[in-house]
Design a protein around this ligand. Structure first.
Ligand code: ATP
Length: 138
């Protein structure tokens, strides 16, 4: 089994899509192992997106991700990292995400695209430690 870090970004919370998104995770067969709603500070948000620090959209991305409450979750299951990215759909909700995915069905914007999911085992370990420092490792 594998763990991945999922964020329901502030647009997802503001649009009342927490239940819809978590239902899709659970219907896929994945398990929510930890869950917390909070407002991300600039420290955690900056570390989370550190790999994008030099990108032109980084300041706007940090402003967005810290703009209101989000939901952070540890999602668990066989191939959880790839499985969540599959149900999330591609980064651009129109050009990349296909219908049937979270972004393909529910989003339009390339930045406000509802969810984040870790993209590798290394990212998952780093992000779970960042968002859930008190969670036991597995
Ligand atoms: P995430 O890391 O959130 O799961 P991702 O892996 O699909 O998304 P990345 O390329 O890692 O996409 O980009 C991280 C996030 O930064 C995107 O989800 C989106 O919110 C934002 N982003 C990426 N590219 C752009 C862009 N060109 N303009 C604005 N925002 C962007």
């Amino acid at each position: 089994t594998e763990r991945t870090l999922v964020l329901i970004k502030p647009d997802g919370v503001a649009r009342n899509l927490i239940g819809d998104i978590l239902a899709r995770v659970e219907r896929k067969g994945l398990t929510v192992a930890a869950l917390e709603m909070r407002i991300a500070g600039a420290d955690v948000a900056g570390e989370h997106y550190a790999e994008h620090a030099e990108r032109p959209f980084y300041p706007a991305l940090l402003e967005f991700i810290t703009s209101g409450p989000l939901v952070a979750a540890v999602v668990e299951g066989p191939r959880a990292i790839a499985a969540f990215r599959q149900i999330a759909g591609g980064t651009d909700p129109v050009e990349k995400a296909v219908p049937g995915t979270i972004r393909g069905d529910l989003a339009l914007d390339g930045q406000q695209n509802l969810v984040h999911g870790s993209d590798s085992a290394e990212s998952a370990a780093r992000e779970i430690a960042l968002w859930f420092p008190n969670l036991a490792q597995s």
